[in-house]
Ligand binder design. Sequence first.
Ligand SMILES: [Zn+2]
Length: 168
Amino acid sequence: MPIVPIATTHTATATDLLELDFACAHCGARARASVLTTSYGVAVGAPLAIGAEERGTEARARALEGLTREGAALAGLARCPKCRARDAKAVRSAWLSIAPLAAFLGFLVGAPLSIFGILIRISPWLLGSAIALPVAALYAWRKVHGRCAQADRLVDMTETEARAATID
Ligand SMILES: [Zn+2]
């Protein structure tokens, strides 16, 4: 609990089982994706209870708004039920969405080392980036893989048209 209240953060969580259409980019299989989706909404308001009700409503509205986007992102990352492939485009956008944070983290680690590089007369750029790049890459890689694993866990695929085709 903060001693001096500066602002109050209101949070809300929305959870829903979304039913989405899935089409595989590799083999063209179609499926119905049941996605157990959770979305978070945040609204920052005035300290204490000033306007708390409005901010609470705002946080809930944001959580609900995010559900569709999050559900679609997870369904896009899940493996195709037929060929087990993952959509490269969805994986690429997962990488891109984590890139700014990964770069920032790399900078946080790399910048002090650059200064250290000046002190020990090693190129600050070389030393900084020799540390920053692997840190950023490892962080992003772990995040993307975690996201893919989450998609596999939360998305349940039921083949639709592809199943009818197999019977024929
Ligand atoms: Zn497929």
